[in-house]
Design a protein around this ligand. Structure first.
Ligand code: 5RP
Length: 230
């Protein structure tokens, strides 16, 4: 009788998909790089290709620091008109490639860099795949003076918005703004929902990525990396 194999840890799944994403990086190009623990695995893997790529456009101070520490040049987003691929994680991804993002508070720059790219490749462990978006509290970056009225608008939709704190103080994003995490939403039409919330004064970025959805998801499962295309 063979001993049962140990279950694959979530961290190993992140490593697997981070490495698998290298196949989407085209030599000679600049690659768009997201933010988070899964992307950190990708950045570490990307170091093995640093001689083959021009560099990266980064979606956060944290990713920039990691890229630079590994010797990968980082370009300002304004210096780049077009990226072949943007690689990032997600907090939730559904069967159409629509995502909830922003658990790491980098959603605004993530959406900006994603909008430069021809292809969004999402890298995620299997726990991120959902039938419907909304179980993960929806991150929304807001101008602080609008937080009260935006909280009331979400309440009208059945959501409960909480100001994200860090060390007991409001978390301040890379852009100097605050994050609301909205619990209890049912996001049945992600495209319409994203458009609606984008219209509210004081919303910087809503963490629904439907207009900038993924075209590919590399999903880390105990059986290996599954490639989902949308
Ligand atoms: C950061 C993000 C991340 O992609 C998302 O939170 C997933 O992070 P992780 O890979 O650590 O689970 O949107 O703003």
């Amino acid at each position: 009788m063979t001993a049962p194999s140990a279950p694959i840890h979530q961290d190993e799944l992140k490593t697997l998909v981070g490495q698998a994403a290298l196949q989407y990086v085209r030599p000679g190009e600049i690659v768009g790089v997201g933010t988070g623990s899964t992307v950190n695995k990708f950045i570490d893997a990307l170091a093995s290709m640093k001689g083959e790529i021009k560099g990266a456009v980064s979606s956060s101070v944290a990713s920039t620091e990691r890229l630079l520490a590994l010797g990968i040049p980082v370009f300002d987003a304004n210096a780049v008109e077009h990226l072949g691929v943007y690689i990032d994680g997600a907090d939730e991804i559904d069967g159409q490639g629509y995502m909830v993002k922003g658990g790491g508070a980098a959603l605004t720059r993530e959406k900006i860099v994603a909008a430069l790219a021809q292809q969004f490749v999402c890298i995620a462990d299997a726990s991120k795949l959902v039938a419907h978006l909304g179980a993960f509290p929806l991150p929304v970056e807001v101008i602080p003076m609008a937080a009260g009225q935006i909280t009331r608008r979400f309440a009208d939709l059945g959501g409960h918005a909480q100001l994200r704190l860090k060390d007991g103080q409001p978390l301040v994003t890379d852009n100097g703004q605050h994050i609301l995490d909205v619990h209890g939403l049912k996001i049945t039409d992600p495209l319409a929902f994203e458009s609606q919330v984008n219209q509210w004064p004081g919303v910087v970025t809503v963490g629904v990525f439907a207009h900038q959805k993924a075209q590919v998801c590399l999903l880390g499962t105990p059986e290996g990396v599954r490639t989902l295309t949308y």
